[in-house]
Design a protein around this ligand. Structure first.
Ligand code: SAM
Length: 286
């Protein structure tokens, strides 16, 4: 929602985040959603879809590093990776830093987000479009996982919130579809909102995971853009050992990967699974 040189995020009843806008860089309606990109003095370029903040150039590294490096380094032998959503391609950029990944398939419903991000987010995603391992499919992610014959080591769901085209990515049918296309011992991670404000979303996803996967949990990261405290990232796997990798194993893998990060460290990786009590209770409720 725009009001002169201000944009307001209208995600939560009772509170609103208001950004000052130095410049509107792009504004359009795609087949699926409203897109707006504007410049803010703190967050840099801010992308909103249907009035909800998706990504900013200032803090995208936190979310993308934690969604990509945690499952890939916990797995240790990921070759085939699937991203659902992720139109800004920041997640693909982090994942492709792992040389062991042979193919990274991204299934995004809205080609307008990818095309627009290629132009406006080149500062963090340019390498993706030059990488032969990147395979972009424009389709609904829920449909893709239900129909594909391919199998993946790691699946990352970089979705919008559970509304509009993203709603289907929070359903038990979708999580079952992901389970069906994970290789044995593979891992699913999901963006599950900010529990202080969106507890129901976390409880619901974990409740679905726990009926399908042997291990259903969450980990956290503090991302200024996703206002309200910790963001919860969902974790589901049939291999419970993956989320308890010893620190020395994570350190060896991280060093071998030779990746520069600004938020992720093996210590942060381990600590991210130490949930504050109210979040642990929400996970237990699921
Ligand atoms: N990091 C962001 C967050 O936490 O809010 C998510 C950013 S990313 C831009 C979300 C992407 O999911 C969008 O590009 C949107 O088009 C895509 N998306 C929404 N529903 C989808 C679906 N059913 N299948 C595939 N992609 C979908």
């Amino acid at each position: 929602m725009s009001d002169g040189l201000v944009f307001r995020e209208t995600l939560y009843p009772g509170v609103q985040v208001q950004y000052s806008c130095d410049d509107i860089l792009y504004q359009d309606r795609s087949e699926h959603q409203d897109l707006v990109l504007f410049a803010n003095p703190v967050f840099g370029k801010v992308l909103m879809l249907d009035g909800v903040t998706q990504v900013t150039t200032a803090d995208e590294f936190i979310y993308h590093e934690m969604m990509a490096h945690v499952p890939i380094l916990a797995h240790g032998e990921a070759r085939e990776v699937l991203i659902i959503g992720g139109g800004d391609c920041g997640m693909a950029e982090e994942a492709l830093k792992h040389k062991g990944i042979e193919r990274l398939t991204q299934v995004e419903i809205d080609d307008a987000v990818v095309e627009f991000s290629k132009e406006h987010f080149a500062d963090f995603n340019a390498t993706v479009f030059q990488d032969d391992r990147f395979d972009l499919v424009i389709a609904d992610g829920a449909r893709y996982v239900a129909e594909t014959d391919r199998r993946f080591d790691v699946v990352m769901v970089d979705s919008t919130d559970p509304m509009g085209p993203g709603a289907v990515l929070f359903t038990p049918e979708f999580y079952r579809g992901v389970h069906h296309c994970l290789k044995p011992g593979g891992v699913l991670v999901t963006q599950n909102g900010v529990p202080f404000l969106q507890k129901g979303e976390l409880v619901s996803s974990i409740g679905h995971f726990s009926k399908i996967y042997r291990d259903a949990y969450a980990y956290v990261a503090a991302i200024p853009t996703y206002f309200g405290g910790h963001m919860a990232l969902g974790w589901a796997s049939d291999n419970p050992a993956l989320r308890r990798q010893p620190l020395d194993v994570l350190e060896q893998r991280f060093e071998a990967a030779g990746i520069d990060t600004r938020y992720y460290t093996p210590e942060v990786h381990q600590a991210a699974f130490a949930l504050p009590r109210f979040i642990r209770d929400a996970v237990a409720e699921g």
